[in-house]
Design a protein around this ligand. Sequence first.
Ligand SMILES: [Zn+2]
Length: 183
Amino acid sequence: MGKRVFVAAGHSRVAPGLVTPEFREFDVNYEALQIFVKRFQHAGFEVFVPDESIYQLPYPQYLTRRIEMVNDLHAQAPLDLAIDIHHNFSPSPRTNGIWLIYGSQRVGQLAEQMERFLKELNHTVRAMSLSELGRSLGFIKRTTPPALIVECGFLTGAVDKLIIRFARGLLYNAIADAVIHAL
Ligand SMILES: [Zn+2]
């Protein structure tokens, strides 16, 4: 049977997350979302996305609203996975790579499978638990289904900036493939 998956672009148009001279995080999150949705539908997943109005909300409403949406969907029929898409920040341009952030052990196994898949494609990638990260993230802590935060790359990283500028379609397709492969 097709997997039931929720996926959203992190942040919103009015609170776009990280802004660098080259990128607005929300814009690239949203672009990645379009690719994820297309790939997941093609794989036969039942895909749920928030309605567009969520992306007009400020923080923390956009987060609260998507958490409610995920929990409502999961109550109707179990979701296999809920994903929030982001891009990362570091003060060092030498920090690059995809981060897959999870809370439960079950999603940890999925994240590790995704990590292996993406490593075979030569991506720099780390599966990371919330405790390793040392931060509490609402999308993981307050949602009931298995939840994963995908940080597609560092908008501040010397290598990732090039990938995100010139080859982000390839990057987002590879991450979507990793999800499909692992689920
Ligand atoms: Zn973010």
